[in-house]
Every structure is written in structure tokens, then in C-alpha cells.
Unconditional design. Structure first.
Length: 563
């Protein structure tokens, strides 16, 4: 068994090498790229990152670290209509949260706009690019299908001089949006639709968050992405499988523009997670239609949402390590991620007691004015986490679910005439139930305790049940949000209208529950195991006067049993 003190990277090198590691090691051995490894994580700053991006971040930064290379953080900011600095800063925070530092290797595709423009001029002069006036709808019709070749544009055979003149005037801002585009001149009969004269520049009179109003023409993603990789001398361009059909265009741009670097694009399977969606467009619909409370709603698969939920970044590392790197797409069940979260939190989360649905217990033979302060370990297996003080008194709260009047034989909690142990305290016995004469609802339980049982089990006494509790006079109040999976079905994104599959019980709020006093010292994003209830995180928007705890995950997987 691996030691818990081993780092993630110490553990991963023990595993069989996945295909990307094999490629990198062969390249190092052969001296390709001078034996260097330079990767990059290249998000578009047009939205918040989601759990699928975590796999790419961990892979790109991880391969660089494992092979003594470097990983760049580059924003492929080619569409000023959809990009914002808010997303740039959020992405930086997400990468840091996962434990990575790009150092001085922070770049933007917009850093290379002058070079990308010069490369476009090179293509025009080679007769490999032309300015086209075809409308978007016409271009779509002329593109053809997988079984029908495309139709050449009427502008495809413009002279080099005319193309240079028009492209220069496009850059100068002479034309309105949509008047012209610059297209690569490749092959309108290609079996790969991406090679049928793709657009590489378009007119956009829009303010760019990095370059301001300097440019009114902007490169298309595929063109800018490949050449930005080459300019930065990326050695291994790792991307998900949906870019496999784009690789010929990636290679074509590098071949004909002849930039300094010669990166190799390698595709791997994306992270598809059950019971959620990772389409940016559909996630935006959830936010805009107020099905969730913003991008950082703890039910969202965004990294800001997972962080607010309380998911530890170490659990995401463990999860990505567990599912591995392959070339085959598949859907990973949410329970796999949840189990990684449990494994991490079970080792590191301090314990505490909270009562969400209280019922009052009066211990009749305990002195009315007596209060005991019990010193209890913060974690059963980690002395370094120290201890905490809990108070014991005559009146306590227990969970209503921990008592039954007519209990079955396998009910090992509290019932009339039977005993149960209060965690870290005494054994008590229920003597009497007080009910409301009108409603019949239980008001309180009258119990007795055995003073000889504090923290020990006397010989001959068999008590199977252990329940948590709180001293009423010392308990503090808090709000608890019980989060669950956002969708009831495994693949909600398969349908355009995914809203019928939303889980109506994905959020239940307990406005006033009771917590032990030590929890009032918690800081936002601190995580705890509420004993017997699950793992919880103090919400990042909590204050000292209004504590809000989010349930991260249950103690056990309840969805597998449902299925």
C-alpha cells in the first residue's frame, strides 16, 4: 500500500506509463526538440473553467513537471466579442488553486497579433490565402458535406496583388464587419471539412481586453492556436479528442508559415462526467435562466463551483490519476469523483458535531447546574490536528432520526427502554417520551445516564449504537445547505432541452441547525466531517455573524444503491 506521505507525483511514477508519457520519453531519448519538454494550457477567456479543464491543467503542468520541462499558461484570446478580464482572472485563480505556478510563462495569443498578421501575408504571397466576400450563409452552403465535395468561392482565384491590397485595407479598418474574410486556400474537395478553405481572419470592430482598439481584424482560433504554439516553441501540444480532425489544419499552418517551432499535437480523451454538463453554452443557460445561483453555485461543474462546494484540489488530482489518460472517450460516473473526495477528506478533515433536525433530550439524573468540558481529538487518526473542547450538560440535542418509538430490532440508536452511547461522552437510556397532546409530535425525551461510562464501555455492558449530540446551552446556530447532484439522469447533455432532468432536490437548505462552538472559529473554505452526517465546507461568502456550511459529499455513496 502506498504511503499517505508520498506526493502525487511520487505515486504516479509507479504506475504504468500512459501513451503520452511514452511519446514524451521516446522523444527525449531520440533528442527530438533537443530533449526539451514544453507544454501549455491554452484556455479561451470566454467563460469559467469546468471539471473537464482540470484534467487538461493537471496533464499539461504535470507532464512538464515530471520531465523537468515548463508549462505555459496562454490565453487564446482571438474573439473580443466574448472574452473578458473577469474570465482571465478566474482562470488564473483556478490554475493556482490546483497547485500550479506558471512563473514568467504567462502569454496571450494577442501578444503575437503582429506576427500572425505577417504569417497571413506570407500565405497570401505564396498563393495559399485569399480574401473572400462570400457571406456566412453562402459559405456554409458551399462547404459541402462528408459525402459531397465543397464548391469553390468566386473569389478563390483573386490575384496575389488584389488579396494583399484587400487584406491591408481590412487591417486599416476600411470595411465593416462581415464584408470580407481571409481564407486559407487548401482543398474544397478534402474529406476533412476543416481543410475546405477555412477562414483564418475576420473583421471585428471590437475592443480587445489586451490590445484595446489597435486591431479590427482578428485571427480565427485554429490558425492562431497552432502558430502561437510554434512561436512559443511548444514541444507537445496536448489537447482533447475533438481537435483530432483539426490536426491536419494545425500541421498545415505550421508547414506553410514556417514559424520557429515545430510542435506535435497529441489528442487524449476528454473528461466526461455523469449527472452534469460541461458545455459552456448550456452552463450559461443554467445561469441565465436562474436554475443555479451563478457560475460558482456549488452544484455547478465549474472549478469555481467545485471550490465553493469544498472539493479539495488534491481529490481532483487523485481523480484524474485514477481515470488515467487514454484515446477513448467514455463517461466517468460521478461516484468515482465523490469517492476520491471522501478518501481525501477522511484523511484530512477535522471532525465536529452538528445537529440538523434536533430533538431535545433531558438527562434527568444529571445535575441541573453542572457543565463538563470534554477534550476530544479533532481527528481520530491524526494527532497533529490537535483537539477541541465540547460541553456536556443536562439538556442536549440529538438528531430526530436517531430516535424511534417503535424501533425494529436492527435499529441501534435510541428507543424507549434501551441504551445508546453519546459520542465521546456517556451512555444514556431513554426512560420516557413527552409528546404534544394536540399533534402527537415528540417534544422531548427524558433519559438517564450512567456516570461510570464517560469515554469507556464498562465490562458486561453491550451498547451497539453511538450517536452525536450537542449541549443545548452551548450550541451555536448556522445555516446548512445540503447539495446533491444537479441532474437525475446520467447524461443530461444528450438532449438539447436538459431542464426536465434537473434534480429538484439538488439543494435543500436548513436555515437553523446547531453546531458545536469550535466551528465558530472556522475560516471560509475550511472543511470538516460533521460526524455521521457527511463532509461540509464553510461557504466562502460566510461571515462571523452568519455561518453557512455547504455539504460537500455524503459519508457513503447513496446513488449507486438507487441505481
Amino acid at each position: 500500500m502506498k504511503s499517505s506521505s508520498m506526493t502525487y507525483w511520487e505515486q504516479i511514477v509507479e504506475k504504468p506509463k500512459h501513451f503520452i508519457q511514452q511519446i514524451i520519453e521516446e522523444d527525449i531519448k531520440s533528442g527530438k526538440h533537443g530533449g526539451k519538454v514544453v507544454t501549455r494550457f491554452p484556455p479561451e477567456p470566454n467563460g469559467y473553467l469546468h471539471v473537464g479543464h482540470a484534467k487538461s491543467i493537471i496533464l499539461n503542468f504535470g507532464m512538464a513537471k515530471q520531465y523537468n520541462g515548463v508549462c505555459h499558461l496562454r490565453f487564446d484570446d482571438t474573439n473580443p466579442m466574448k472574452e473578458e478580464m473577469e474570465f482571465v482572472e478566474s482562470i488564473k485563480n483556478d490554475v493556482k488553486w490546483l497547485g500550479y505556478d506558471w512563473g514568467d510563462k504567462l502569454f496571450h495569443a494577442s501578444d503575437y497579433y503582429d506576427q500572425l498578421y505577417d504569417f497571413a501575408i506570407v500565405l497570401i504571397k505564396k498563393g495559399l490565402a485569399y480574401v473572400d466576400s462570400t457571406s456566412i450563409d453562402e459559405m456554409r452552403d458551399q462547404r459541402g458535406t462528408l459525402t459531397k465535395p465543397g464548391v469553390e468561392s468566386r473569389d478563390r482565384n483573386r490575384s496575389i496583388e488584389e488579396n494583399l491590397d484587400l487584406f491591408t485595407r481590412m487591417k486599416a479598418g476600411e470595411f465593416e464587419d462581415g464584408k470580407y474574410v481571409l481564407r486559407a486556400k487548401i482543398d474544397m474537395t478534402s474529406g476533412n471539412l476543416n481543410m475546405r478553405d477555412p477562414t483564418i481572419y475576420r473583421i471585428r470592430h471590437a475592443h480587445h481586453q489586451m490590445t484595446g482598439d489597435k486591431w479590427c481584424i482578428y485571427p480565427m482560433y485554429d490558425y492562431a492556436h497552432s502558430l502561437s504554439d510554434a512561436i512559443e516553441n511548444i514541444t507537445h501540444s496536448l489537447c482533447t479528442l475533438e481537435f483530432q480532425d483539426h490536426r491536419p489544419l494545425y500541421d498545415w499552418c505550421i508547414e506553410h508559415c514556417n514559424p520557429p517551432g515545430k510542435p506535435q499535437q497529441i489528442e487524449f480523451s476528454r473528461l466526461n462526467l455523469s449527472h452534469t454538463i460541461t458545455s459552456k453554452r448550456k452552463l450559461k443557460m443554467l445561469v441565465d435562466d436562474k436554475h443555479v445561483d451563478g457560475w460558482d453555485d456549488p452544484r455547478m461543474p465549474t472549478l469555481v463551483g467545485l471550490r465553493r462546494r469544498g472539493i479539495p484540489p488534491a481529490a481532483l488530482h487523485q481523480f484524474c490519476d485514477m481515470i488515467g489518460i487514454t484515446r477513448s472517450d467514455s463517461v466517468i460516473n460521478m461516484s468515482v469523483l465523490e469517492e476520491c473526495v471522501r478518501n481525501e477528506l477522511n484523511q484530512h478533515a477535522p471532525r465536529a458535531m452538528a445537529v440538523l433536525n434536533p430533538i431535545k433530550v433531558v438527562i434527568e439524573n444529571y445535575p441541573e447546574d453542572k457543565v463538563e468540558i470534554l477534550n476530544v481529538a479533532a481527528h481520530p487518526n491524526d494527532p497533529q490536528l490537535g483537539s477541541r473542547e465540547i460541553h456536556f450538560s443536562r439538556e442536549i440535542f440529538i438528531e430526530a432520526d436517531d430516535f424511534m418509538i417503535d424501533a425494529p430490532k436492527d435499529f441501534h440508536r435510541l428507543t424507549v427502554g434501551k441504551e445508546v452511547r453519546l459520542h465521546s461522552a456517556y451512555i444514556i437510556k431513554c426512560e420516557k417520551v413527552i409528546t404534544d397532546p394536540t399533534t402527537g409530535n415528540i417534544i422531548e425525551l427524558r433519559c438517564s445516564y450512567d456516570p461510570a461510562t464517560l469515554g469507556k464501555n464498562p465490562e458486561g455492558r453491550k451498547v451497539k449504537g453511538v450517536i452525536h449530540w450537542l449541549s443545548i446551552k452551548h450550541a451555536k446556530t448556522a445555516t446548512v445547505r445540503l447539495y446533491d447532484r444537479l441532474f437525475n439522469t446520467e447524461n443530461p447533455g444528450a438532449e438539447e432541452d436538459f431542464t426536465p432532468f434537473l434534480n429538484p432536490n439538488s439543494l435543500q437548505t436548513v436555515e437553523k441547525c446547531f453546531i458545536e462552538p469550535s466551528l465558530t472559529n472556522a475560516k471560509p473554505e475550511d472543511r470538516f466531517q460533521f460526524m455521521r452526517l457527511g463532509y461540509f465546507c464553510l461557504d466562502r461568502h460566510s461571515s462571523s455573524t452568519e455561518l453557512v456550511f455547504n455539504r460537500i459529499v455524503n459519508l457513503r455513496d447513496s446513488w449507486t444503491a438507487k441505481a
